[in-house]
Structure formats: C-alpha cells, structure tokens
Design a protein around this ligand. Structure first.
Ligand code: AMP
Ligand code: ZN
Length: 472
C-alpha cells in the first residue's frame, strides 16, 4: 500500500513512491556545527528518522539518505574566530557531539554524512557555479558571486513569495534573512582576512550556505529530481527556495519531487533556538534524570506538522507512557497458562492495521501511538481476566517489534537498560586509581573507590587475574 506524504511544494498530501526503481533518494539538511544540537534540532532529525524507517520497514523501499554537516557558514566562521580555533578543529567538536546524541536518540545511521568543506563537495559547489554562469544566472560584484533571481521565473514557488514586489538588482549577503528581504543572494562570498577561502571559483572565496546543500545533494543523490528533501520548517525560506533556484538553474531539471518540513519544538510559545537562549541539549536532559528514550518518545507524540510545546512535565508524562508500554510487555513475558485466544489475535491484527494506516497517513505518529496503547489496554485486560495464553505471546511480541522498527523507542530503552550505570571508561579509570592506591598501601582510599562504585550500581570483584566489574 502506498503512503501519503505532505509536500510543501504543492501544499498537499500526495501518494509517495520513489522515482527510480525501489530506492528513495533523500536529502536532509543537517546541523550547523557551531554549537551542540538541542532537542528542537533533534525533533526534526527524529521525525525524519521515522520517515526513513517507515519507508524502509513499512513500505519496503531502500533508502539512500544524505545528511550534511554545515561546517562553513556565517555562524561557524564567527564561532571559530571567537574561540581562536581553526574552522575544521572548531566544528569537529560539535560533529562529535552530534554523533553521540544521535546514537543516544536512536537515529539510524544514514548512508552519507558529508561535511561541506570536504574537497569533493567544494569542487561540486564550484561545478554548480560554473553551470549557473553558463546558464546566465550569476553576476559578480565586489568579489562575490550572486544568483540573479529575476532569471528564474519560478523563484518563490516553494515559499509562496509575492515576487512582484521584489526589488530587482538588490543583493543580500547573509546566510539567513526574512521573506520580505528576498533579493539576489550570494553563492560564493568574497575572501576576507581571517576567513577561510578556496580558489576553486574565480574570484577565490567561500561558499554561501545554500550552495553547499545543492551541491552535496546533486553530487551524492543525483541525477535530479531526487525524491525527498527534508528539514525544519524555518528552512523553507530562504534556504530551500534558494537551493531550488541554484539546482534547477544549474541542471535545468526539477531538484526534488517532495519537500518535507517539520514544525517547531517550542518553549513558552517561542521556537526553541540558540539565539533565544531557551534550548536544552541531551546532556542537559540527562543531568535532570531523564533518559534519551523518553525524549524520543515525547518528540514523536505529536504529528510532525504540528508545533510541540516542551515542558519538563510533558517529558515526565512521556516517561510514564513508555513505562506503561514496557510494563505491559514484561507482564506478557510472565504468561504461563497454555493455549491461544482468538480475541487476542484479533486485537493484535487490528492494532497492526491501525498502526500501519496511521503511519501511511503522512506519518501520523500520534495516531500510531494511540493504536499501540489501545492494544496495551486490551492485553492488560486479557491478562487480568486470564484470557490469554502462551501461544498468544509470539504474535504480541512480533507486533511490538514491528511497531518499534518504525518508532525506535523500545529498542532504545532496552539498550539503555543494558548499559552499565557508569560509563565503561570511567569504571576502568577508577579500577586503575584503586590499584594505584593499593600499591601505595592507601587501603581506605582504595575501599572508598570500590564503595562509591557500588553505590552507583557497579560491583568490583578481585581475582588473581585482576579486577573485574559487573552491574549490581
Ligand atoms: P541549524 O543547525 O540551525 O541549521 O538547524 C538544524 C535543523 O534543526 C534544521 O532542519 C532546523 O530547521 C531544525 N530546527 C531548529 N530549531 C528547531 C526547533 N525549535 N524545532 C524543530 N526543528 C528545529
Ligand atoms: Zn540545507
């Protein structure tokens, strides 16, 4: 059965299938690596991860997904300058943090995670500019290369801009700006003292943010049109509008068939964003005693095209809901009465159908979770009434495994449960410290290390072969 996906380009839900064979070619605008990503950023990435999983596990497509790191733009350059670090070295720390958080939140590894400053990508950007030059879409001014929007009749279609009122010939240099500031935008910025510059384009300089994504998408996913281009809703203008102008101006063919945009995670009616200072990162949430699986659950509890208001109370409710799920599965594991009950089989079948229908309906995760909880209630009642048998269990666990391939919450919670309560590197360091203390005959200090670890849930066991640890 095909799924329906809302396409920002047409402002409509449309049936979705990949254009070429059975492989979905999807580009995701990734993190601008000038800060650790916050849970607002991760709302977008998690919703796109669920789209990826739905396409793979429910729809049976292959997926080739690219998610970039924006590692050269106005913000990363300003950040590196302030920190007194080289750009690659500065952005590397946030790329590492992103990978850590993505793993903690159960994001599936995508096929490609290019950095804009990788040599091959910079070359691809120069190629896009050369094609735009050849097609008459560019001009140069004060050492920068600009895209002349009056040469693209379709400019403004994605963002539904009123192009009539636009000032011809006016230019804008910054990477982001508002809709009413729509003008000729910069493709390649003039080299400036203290900024990185490349001589792949004449004159030498550095890429504008929009150019980076066009070049990486075309290089790694082409030929265009690609199937889906996705990101947060704030990217519609100017970023995605400009990506379309550049890519279509260079290739003469449609850039992406579908545009998918995720609504904001908000706090007190405002977008969660670094500039407003209202952000929380995964380490912030963990420091408050919550687990990443609860964050993932919370971020999936609303439809991706609706705003979601973040509160600590809502994170607490997500944790409770997740526990109701895991408690139900634990109870199912205790069923010992033999036999099967057709009532259970029917309920499982209904839940599977309702779940699949909800996900195929423009990724309605809220309705999909509703279907799961209806099944949880039915199973709990069946257990209470003794109307469930061991032969019912495999069907139930298979259904939950099927749900979780798409949502990725239960498997994440299981992985968290299996993790030692203290990071392995820290345990190993403390074992080493304790050995040193014993060697110096500081037995009280050595015992303190062992006792502290025991309080934190890790037991040390000494044997002639050395010290081993295990979970309490
Ligand atoms: P950036 O690092 O600013 O380029 O953002 C990375 C991704 O996070 C983009 O797709 C943004 O649209 C998305 N994003 C940023 N803030 C939020 C938010 N509060 N809620 C949802 N998505 C967001
Ligand atoms: Zn992008």
């Amino acid at each position: 059965m095909t799924m329906r996906l809302y396409n920002t380009l047409t402002r409509q839900e449309e049936p979705f299938a990949p254009a070429l064979e059975n492989t979905v070619r999807m580009y995701t605008c990734g993190l601008t690596v000038y800060a650790r990503g916050h849970i607002g950023n991760f709302r977008t990435f998690i919703c796109i991860d669920v789209l990826r999983r739905t396409l793979k596990y429910l729809q049976g497509h292959h997926v080739r997904q690219v998610m970039n790191f924006t590692d050269v733009d106005d913000r990363t350059i300003a950040g590196a300058q302030k920190a007194g670090m080289g750009l690659r070295e500065y952005t590397e720390q946030y790329i590492a943090a992103f990978r850590e958080d993505a793993r903690a939140l159960g994001l599936e590894a995508v096929e490609e995670m290019p950095r804009a400053t990788d040599e091959a990508n910079l070359r691809a950007m120069a190629d896009v500019i050369a094609a735009l030059d050849a097609n008459g879409h560019t001009y140069r001014s004060e050492g920068s290369v600009y895209f002349k929007i009056s040469t693209m009749p379709g400019y403004g279609r994605l963002a539904r801009l009123d192009v009539e009122g636009m000032k011809p010939g006016a230019r804008v240099d910054s990477d982001s700006y508002a809709k009413d500031d729509a003008r000729d935008f910069v493709l390649w910025k003039a080299a400036k003292a203290g900024e990185p510059a490349w001589d792949l384009v004449d004159p030498p300089g550095r890429p504008g943010w929009h150019l980076e994504c066009s070049a990486m998408a075309l290089r790694l996913l082409g030929p265009s049109p690609i199937d889906i281009h996705a990101g947060g809703i704030d990217l519609i203008f100017p970023h995605h509008e400009n990506e379309i102008a550049q890519s279509e101006g260079a290739t003469g063919t449609q850039f992406s068939r579908f545009w998918m945009h995720v609504e904001y995670l908000i706090v007190d009616e405002q977008k969660m964003s670094k500039s407003l200072g209202n952000t929380y990162t995964i380490p912030d949430v963990v420091a408050k005693g919550y687990r990443p699986s609860a964050v993932r659950y919370l971020l999936l509890s609303a439809h991706y095209r609706k705003q979601l208001n973040f509160t600590w109370a809502s994170l607490g409710q997500a944790e409770e809901a997740l526990r109701r799920l895991t408690d139900c599965l634990a109870r199912v594991g205790t069923v010992t009465r033999p036999g099967a009950h057709p009532g259970v089989t029917t309920r499982v079948g209904e839940a599977r159908a309702a779940f699949a229908a909800a996900m195929r309906d423009d990724l309605n995760t809220a309705a999909a979770l509703g279907a799961i909880f209806e099944l949880v209630r039915a199973i709990n009642s069946a257990i209470d009434a003794g109307e469930i048998g061991t032969a019912d269990v495999p069907g139930i666990t298979a259904a939950f495994d099927e749900f979780d391939l798409v949502l990725g919450v239960l498997s994440l919670r299981r992985a968290e449960d299996e993790q030692p309560p203290v990071p392995v590197a820290e345990i190993e360091r403390l074992i080493e410290d304790r050995r040193g203390a014993r060697r110096r005959r500081e037995f009280a200090a050595a015992d303190r290390i062992r006792d502290d670890l025991a309080v934190r849930g890790v037991l040390l066991e000494d044997s002639p072969a050395g010290t081993h640890w295990k979970k309490k």
